[in-house]
Design a protein around this ligand. Structure first.
Ligand SMILES: Cc1cc2nc3c(=O)[nH]c(=O)nc-3n(C[C@H](O)[C@H](O)[C@H](O)COP(=O)(O)OP(=O)(O)OC[C@H]3O[C@@H](n4cnc5c(N)ncnc54)[C@H](O)[C@@H]3O)c2cc1C
Ligand code: SF4
Length: 324
C-alpha cells in the first residue's frame, strides 16, 4: 500500500469537514472489507491521501423502530442485521440478503452503508495496478464488450459511460423492494435513486457526503418480503443474480408489489414490468411465471451471459412465490 493519513472521526460533522479538506483525495472507511482490497490492489483511479474512519463515531450502528419506520445506522454490521429479531420477522428480505452476503467474518466487519457504497466487481476494473484503463476509470474503452463478459449486464450499458459492469450488493435490492430511503449528512434519498454511474462512482454521494442511516417503512398488513440469490459457491460468493420482492395481498389478490433484481446491470434493476404483471392477480405459479417473463422481456444479454437471463427469470418467479 502507498502511504496515507488515517483520521478517526468522532462526529459526522467532523468526518464531513475532513472530507471537505481533502476534496476527492479522501475516502471514508467503515468495515474496510471492500476499500482495503482496492487500495492493496491499487485499482482506484486516484489513490486516497487520507482515510476517514467512521467506526469511531458513536451511535451510527443502532437499530430501532419508531413512528412507522425502521432506522438502521449506516455502520450497523451485516451480521447484526441478519440476526435482528424485528428485521427477521417483518423485513425478511433484508435479513436474508444480509445473511447471504459474503462469509461470517466479512459479515462481522462489513456494514450496511459500506454494502450500499461498495464498488463494482468487473474483473477488468479490479485487475491490479489499473492494468485495464477502462471507461469506468476515465479511460477510452470498455474491455468487457469484446472480452469475457459472462458476469456482466443483461440490460445494456449505462447511457453516457457505456459501462457493462453489474452492481454487486445483496442488500441494495432488498432495500429497494422494501421502499427504503438512505439518509446522508446532507439529504434523504430514496434507495432506488441512490445509485449512480460515473468514473470511480457508484452512488449519488458528493465527495463530502456520508451515509448516516437507512430508513425502512413498516410494511402494511398483509405484506411479505423475500430475497433469493444464485451464486457459483454457497459461501463467500457474489451473486450471479439476486432478487428481492415485497408483495401485499388482500382478499387473495396482490394489491402492491415491488420487485428488484441486482447483479444484472450497473445499478439495481427495479422490475416494474413484473410488478405490473402480478398486481391484481393471485400470486400463484402461473401468474408468478408471467411476471418473471415480463421482468426479462427487455433483457439484452452480451456474448457470454445469456444464461443470466434464465436465472433472473427463475429468481423473480421464486421470490414472488416465497412471499406467499
Ligand atoms: C471475499 C468477499 C466477498 C464478498 N461477498 C459479498 C457478497 O456476497 N455480497 C455483497 O453484497 N458484498 C460482498 N462483498 C463486498 C463488501 O465487502 C461487503 O458488501 C461489505 O458490506 C462492505 O462494507 P464495509 O463496511 O466493509 O465497506 P468499506 O470497505 O469500509 O467501504 C466500501 C465503500 O463504501 C464507502 N463507504 C462505507 N461506508 C460509507 C458511509 N457510511 N458513507 C459513505 N460511504 C461509505 C467507502 O468509502 C468505500 O468506498 C464481499 C467482499 C469480499 C472481500
Ligand atoms: S464493464 Fe465497466 S468496469 Fe468493466 S471494463 Fe467495461 S467500462 Fe470497465
Amino acid at each position: 500500500m502507498k502511504r496515507f493519513a488515517h483520521i478517526d472521526a468522532l462526529t459526522v460533522d467532523e468526518a464531513v469537514s475532513h472530507l471537505r479538506r481533502y476534496g476527492d483525495g479522501a475516502s471514508v472507511i467503515a468495515g474496510g472489507t471492500d476499500l482495503l482490497g482496492k487500495m492493496k490492489e491499487r485499482i482506484l483511479p486516484r489513490y486516497p491521501e487520507a482515510i476517514v474512519n467512521l467506526k469511531t463515531i458513536p451511535g451510527l450502528d443502532a437499530i430501532g423502530e419508531e413512528g412507522g419506520v425502521l432506522r438502521i445506522g449506516a455502520l450497523t454490521r451485516l451480521q447484526d442485521i441478519a440476526t435482528h429479531p424485528t428485521i427477521e420477522q417483518h423485513y425478511s428480505a433484508l435479513a436474508e440478503a444480509a445473511r447471504r452476503t459474503a462469509s461470517p467474518n466479512l459479515r462481522e466487519m462489513g456494514t450496511l452503508g459500506g454494502n450500499l457504497c461498495q464498488d463494482i466487481r468487473c474483473w477488468y476494473y479490479r485487475s491490479a495496478n489499473n492494468r485495464f484503463p477502462c471507461l469506468k476509470k476515465g479511460g477510452g474503452r470498455c474491455y468487457a464488450i469484446d472480452g469475457d463478459n459472462r458476469y456482466h449486464s443483461i440490460f445494456g450499458g449505462t447511457v453516457e459511460e457505456g459501462c457493462y459492469a453489474v452492481h454487486p450488493s445483496d442488500t441494495a435490492p432488498a432495500l429497494i423492494a422494501l421502499g427504503a430511503a438512505v439518509k446522508t449528512s446532507k439529504r434523504t434519498v430514496e434507495a432506488e435513486d441512490f445509485f449512480a454511474v460515473g468514473v470511480g462512482k457508484t452512488t449519488v454521494l458528493d465527495d463530502d457526503e456520508i451515509v448516516t442511516e437507512i430508513q425502512v417503512p413498516t410494511p402494511p398488513g398483509g405484506t411479505k418480503s423475500a430475497f433469493s440469490k444464485v451464486a457459483l459457491r454457497k459461501s463467500i460468493d457474489f451473486a450471479i443474480v439476486n432478487c428481492a420482492a415485497r408483495i401485499t395481498v388482500s382478499d387473495g389478490k396482490v394489491t402492491a408489489a415491488r420487485i428488484c433484481l441486482n447483479a444484472v446491470q450497473i445499478k439495481p434493476y427495479r422490475a416494474v414490468a413484473a410488478e405490473e404483471s402480478i398486481v391484481g392477480r393471485v400470486a400463484n405459479e402461473e401468474n408468478a411465471e408471467a411476471a418473471a417473463k415480463a421482468a426479462v422481456s427487455s433483457a439484452r444479454p452480451m456474448t457470454h451471459n445469456r444464461y443470466m437471463v434464465q436465472i433472473a427469470k427463475t429468481l423473480v418467479k421464486r421470490t414472488i412465490l416465497a412471499c406467499k
